[in-house]
Structure formats: C-alpha cells, structure tokens
Design a protein around this ligand. Structure first.
Ligand SMILES: [Zn+2]
Length: 139
C-alpha cells in the first residue's frame, strides 16, 4: 500500500523501511501492474511522474480535490483522501488505498462533508476503477 509524501509527491513503499531499495522504474511498473494502465496514467500525474496533461484528451484541465480531517494532524499535516480528474473530459480517479497527508494550509474540503463534495466534484465525473490483478488476492 503506497504512502505519499505531499512535499515531494513521491510515493514510497513500506519495504523501504526494511532497507530494500526499489528503483523508480520498478516502482512505476509495480503501480502500473497494481492499478491498471488507465488508472495509473492519472495516478502518475498526482505523484509528479507525469505533467498535468490529461492522458485521455491531452488538455491541461487537471484538477485535484483534497478531503481532509483537520483534527488528524501530524507535524502540521492533516490526513486526507483525494480526487484527481480532468475538467475537460471528466475522467479521473479517487486515491488508491493508503495514507495521504497534506499541509493544513492546503485548500481542502472536510472529509465526510457530502454537500461540499457535491459542490466541488463534477457531477458527470467518470471515475476509473483500480484493476487489482488476481495475484494480489492472496496477499
Ligand atoms: Zn481529459
């Protein structure tokens, strides 16, 4: 399960704590395999591996919405979930499983605020599902 440091926008694997070094191409391949190509194309924009250009329609309409919990604060960063989508073609993703944190100053809506979510998220947004491969079922 990825954890994402907002400052560097680079996800890191828990295995790093065990001293196992994973190169970025290996990491990208792992995420591609875990999430499927459609989902991964948007995910890599979030982590900064790809420019903010929509993989589907090639426009610059990429938006990110953070859903934060201000009372879950560690080192000035709050727990959050996020959506990333293209405002032009209305394709996007909801964050994969994992823990995400953003600086409390980062604009966000409150996690669980359904009205704010409805106000900020396009109503016709097509969320691309994660395609978990079968090999992960036994993990
Ligand atoms: Zn698009």
């Amino acid at each position: 399960m990825p954890e994402v440091s907002h400052r560097s926008m680079t996800p890191f694997s828990k295995s790093r704590a065990k001293g196992v070094y994973i190169s970025r191409p290996e990491l990208e391949l792992r995420y591609l395999n875990d999430y499927g190509p459609d989902y991964f194309a948007f995910f890599r924009i979030f982590v900064g591996w790809a420019p903010r250009i929509c993989p589907r329609c090639q426009t610059h309409g990429i938006k990110i919405l953070y859903l934060g919990l201000p009372n879950n604060l560690i080192d000035g960063k709050i727990w959050c979930k996020w959506y990333l989508w293209c405002d032009a073609c209305r394709s996007g993703i909801y964050c994969p499983l994992g823990t995400y944190r953003i600086p409390i100053e980062e604009p966000h809506i409150l996690w669980g605020d359904e009205k704010a979510l409805a106000d900020h998220l396009p109503k016709d947004l097509e969320l691309i599902p994660v395609l978990w491969p079968k090999k992960n079922a036994s993990r």
